[in-house]
Design a protein around this ligand. Structure first.
Ligand SMILES: [Mg+2]
Length: 306
């Protein structure tokens, strides 16, 4: 595909995922088997919090902890009050840290919203909280200035997760090589990264450099989420907790993914997503639901046979 059309990783991801699904179905094997076999069969889930005030966070977190979440991504940047953003994280740790201890993982995610100076202010404010439990900050600055992420890494002890700046395998290599002794997190989204084949290249770089990978999602359906699950199952350097498989819970979906593969484990009390075991992606489509999202149809034919 790259030889014919450069770029467009998201459009190519749809085709790439479909090809892996077809191959798996033809061979009667789940995609994770085609990728080398699973290293795990389930993952615990992350809950994304909107950009809001600390008291609202508290109420929402209480409910979500009861549901089985222990990893929370705090979206921030729409509200440009850095002191309040620091207070949100301090309040969350103070309110639930006693009960969950180091199992409570907090990930402030600014989606590129801050300037470098604002990001430094945020990181300085969060540094004292680092000793209280796992904390890393995702993509505080613009993806257009990847050097800012590297420069920030040199100014803070807080790990910085790379998200929007990580699209191609070249991005992954650049990030890995610039890190020095650090092993900060990388955020993989199967659609953002161009599909299963391309994401596997990034996962290979992460393995080589020992970089932990956090799986995340875009506003996508259970088809892409299932593809990400197969990838997460074979990722050697998977971050040890909380991954985002939320799109299926947020959207009226075109698959049966959320209801059939997500449940709370009795022993750990964690809400887990489980690997689909059927051939290919291992999920089936709700054709009626798919019809409601369809805006256009094209039939692709093989010219040689036509
Ligand atoms: Mg992000």
């Amino acid at each position: 595909m790259d030889a014919i059309i450069p770029g467009n990783p998201q459009a190519k991801a749809a085709i790439d995922i479909a090809c892996w699904d077809i191959l798996g179905k033809k061979l009667g094997a789940p995609i994770y088997q085609l990728l080398g076999g699973p290293l795990r069969t389930s993952l615990d889930l992350l809950w994304p919090m909107g950009d809001q005030e600390p008291e609202k966070d508290k109420k929402e977190m209480k409910k979500k902890i009861e549901e089985g979440y222990k990893t929370f991504m705090f979206k921030m940047g729409a509200i440009k009050d850095i002191d309040m953003q620091i207070e949100r994280i301090a309040t969350a740790r103070e309110s639930f840290g006693k009960k969950l201890g180091k199992e409570l993982v907090i990930v402030p995610d600014a989606n590129q919203a801050f300037t470098k100076d604002e990001a430094i202010q945020l990181l300085r404010g969060l540094e004292p909280l680092q000793s209280k439990g796992p904390l890393f900050v995702e993509q505080p600055v613009s993806k257009e200035r990847p050097q800012d992420m590297i420069s920030l890494q040199r100014q803070t002890s807080i790990p910085l997760s790379i998200d929007e700046s990580l699209v191609t395998v070249k991005d992954a290599l650049h990030f890995a090589q610039q890190q020095g002794d650090r092993r900060d997190e990388a955020n993989v989204k199967v659609v953002k990264n161009g599909g299963i084949s391309k994401a596997m290249e990034t996962i290979g770089v992460a393995k080589l450099y020992g970089i932990p990978i956090l799986f995340n999602s875009m506003l996508e359906t259970g088809v892409a989420q299932a593809a990400a699950l197969h990838l997460a199952a074979v990722t050697p350097t998977l971050y040890p907790s909380g991954h985002c498989f939320m799109s299926t819970l947020r959207l009226k979906d075109v698959t049966t993914f959320a209801s059939s593969l997500i449940w709370k484990e009795k022993a750990s009390g964690l809400l887990m997503v489980h690997l689909p075991t059927g051939p290919g992606l291992g999920i089936s489509l709700d054709e009626e639901a798919l019809e409601t999202y369809t805006v256009d149809k094209r039939v692709i034919t093989d010219d040689k046979k036509a």
